[in-house]
Design a protein around this ligand. Structure first.
Ligand SMILES: Nc1ncnc2c1ncn2[C@@H]1O[C@H](COP(=O)(O)OP(=O)(O)OP(=O)(O)O)[C@@H](O)[C@H]1O
Length: 571
């Protein structure tokens, strides 16, 4: 609730407008009742001619029209408030995901994230478009009506004062129950989205392990869970509507009895007063009842806001950036007493090293020794917990993110391919590249033969995550991206799987050419890379055990052991 209030506080002018419109609605309701009663009183009791009430009739039509217009405006402002709030929250979430270090963004279910970004944010709608405007309206209109009724007949006012509080009391009692139910509904919804997208992504794996049927059942159960939770919420909402209806009917009945007795038996009030009071009393309760139904729809927003807040405050260590720009050419990269650890499993990496311009560095170590983590730290995808990374002797955090990434290419083992053509996938590294430049990059990356075989060549569409391309082909597309960009720093996570001779040759050739204008830091698995590196960083359990050329490192026992055990070939 606190989060929603904070969001609402930012919309003060809109709320003041809603308050003002509500006052006008109250005035329109009172005028409308007054005019109806006056016309009926004049025509039926005073036997006035129809002609003589024309001005009142016209004013009544004006009041009716004004009420409809004001109600529309009231709704519009609410919708506008909801749009602004949702936009702000979505921007916050996207900024949060974008600023998150890479690993934090990749953790958790992507389906859950989509669920929060789309459905949970949509759930906020009802709080701003319905609950909040109705709350303001229900604090203003009934009060005005109560004053108007009391002025005419104080006893009716007293009865309202005694009976009306039952509505908020019942609302609060039922509301407590709804809270649990709506929270559960939201949990079920995000769990369902998470499960669905996760299963879709891992469908092949499930099929291969013969688990497709179980997954189908799990999705089915998950959707049933969501349905049951929704029905439970609806049940409470219907129950609450019934309770509200009952209380208002009872109160209206008591007032009707009181007014009737005073009009007919005791003759202490006029027909005008009695009719006026009886016209306004239902309006009074309608306003409170509407608050109760808006309260139910708004209730689900509370759970959604909580979920969003949890997501926004999830612990993270964002990568810091500044606004300086790097000089042209590769920068020197220094890792000064850099320490990094994953919260999840306590793995930590500690390293101190300087990488020269144009240096060819190979990172080697056993599986799990921290090679990829080191690459991510250098790339600026993770922020060190301690120590600093310097580029050209200035803190990396001084440089602009866009400037650093414009100089960097990161060829991972599984480069991501977006749904689109191969040309579009290459062009993401340089959006203003000409067709010739893209084709040349593809050629240099050894894609020519493949493109010749494809029906539409470079304009052939590939599916999401590169469906339709092999792993080696995807890496070649990534290489083409690098050729197009001509980066000053290349981070390369070599494939661990054995490549065919041809791909090996292409890779070697391409990297050699790219290295002519860049510093290349490779997580190396291939003998060739290791032997030809200017320097090898040998990692073991997150520590830099040794650094030097291959020949130098052969004097270091653990390195030699690893090298010999693996028959000179790295796994
Ligand atoms: N996102 C993450 N969250 C938590 N722990 C992680 C994460 N990524 C990696 N780790 C852990 O950090 C350690 C180092 O992982 P890293 O991927 O850097 O090793 P690596 O040397 O590149 O391994 P490989 O050669 O098998 O790819 C491992 O123990 C791994 O479980």
């Amino acid at each position: 609730m606190e989060q929603l209030k904070q969001l609402a506080a930012k919309q003060r002018p809109a709320m003041i407008l809603v308050g003002f419109v509500s006052m006008l609605i109250g005035a329109a309701i009172i005028s409308q009742a007054y005019l109806i009663v006056r016309i009926v009183d004049a025509v039926f009791l005073q036997h006035a001619s129809f002609h003589s009430v024309w001005p009142e009739l016209l004013t009544l039509m004006g009041a009716l029209f004004l009420r409809v217009l004001l109600q529309w405006l009231h709704g519009r402002v609410g919708i506008r408030m909801a749009t602004v709030a949702k936009k702000e929250v979505r921007q916050k979430l996207i900024k949060h995901y974008a600023e998150n270090p890479l690993m934090a963004s990749l953790s958790g279910q992507s389906g859950r994230k989509t669920g929060i970004l789309m459905e949970a944010v949509d759930e906020l709608d009802s709080y701003f478009s319905q609950y909040l405007p109705q709350l303001i309206r229900s604090s203003v209109v009934p009060l005005m009506l109560l004053v108007a009724i009391s002025v005419q007949n104080i006893y009716s006012g007293i009865i309202i004062l005694v009976t009306a509080p039952f509505i908020p009391i019942a609302m609060a009692l039922i509301g407590m129950r709804t809270k649990e139910k709506s929270d559960e509904q939201l949990q079920q919804m995000t769990a369902f989205s998470g499960k669905f997208i996760d299963t879709l992504q891992g469908l092949t794996t499930y099929k291969l392990f013969g688990r497709a049927k179980e997954q189908q059942e799990e999705i089915h159960n998950s959707s049933i869970g969501f349905r049951d939770a929704t029905m439970a919420v609806l049940k409470v909402a219907f129950l609450s509507a019934l309770a509200m209806e009952f209380i208002s009917m009872l109160a209206t009945g008591i007032i009707a009895l009181e007014v009737g007795l005073r009009l007919v038996i005791f003759k202490t009030i006029t027909f005008f007063t009695a009719f006026f009071v009886l016209t306004l009393v239902p309006e009074f309760f309608v306003s409170l009842r509407e608050l109760s139904s808006a309260f139910h729809t708004g209730r689900s927003s509370v759970g959604a806001a909580k979920l969003i807040q949890e997501e926004l405050t999830s612990d993270q260590n964002p990568v810091q950036w500044g606004n300086k720009t790097l000089e042209s050419g590769p920068p020197t990269i220094s890792l000064n007493q850099v320490k990094f650890s994953y919260k999840e499993n306590g793995f930590s990496l500690a390293i101190q090293t300087d990488i020269r311009q144009y240096e060819q560095v190979a990172i080697v170590g056993r599986s799990g020794s921290g090679k990829t983590t080191l690459l991510h730290l250098i790339a600026g995808l993770l922020e060190p917990n301690k120590g600093t990374i310097h580029l050209n002797r200035k803190q990396r955090s001084d440089y602009s993110e866009a400037n650093w990434f414009s100089k960097l290419s990161y060829i991972s083992q599984h480069p991501y391919m977006f749904a689109g053509t191969i040309r579009e996938n290459i062009a993401i590294s340089k959006m203003d590249a000409t067709a010739e430049e893209i084709e040349l990059a593809a050629k240099k990356a050894g894609l020519s033969e493949l493109l010749r075989e494809l029906p539409d060549g470079i304009d052939t569409s590939i599916g999401e995550a590169g469906r339709g391309l092999s792993g080696g082909e995807m890496q070649r597309v990534a290489l083409a991206r690098a050729f197009l960009k001509r980066p000053a720093v290349i981070l390369f996570d070599e494939p661990t799987t054995g490549l065919d001779l041809k791909t090996e040759q292409i890779l070697e050739q391409s990297m050699k050419e790219l290295a002519g204008t860049a510093t290349v830091i490779t997580v190396a698995h291939r003998l060739h890379t290791i032997m030809h590196a200017d320097r090898i960083l040998f990692l073991d359990k997150g520590e830099l055990l040794a650094s030097g050329t291959h020949h130098e490192l052969m004097q270091v026992e653990p390195y030699r052991d690893m090298f010999v055990i693996q028959g000179g070939e790295r796994s």
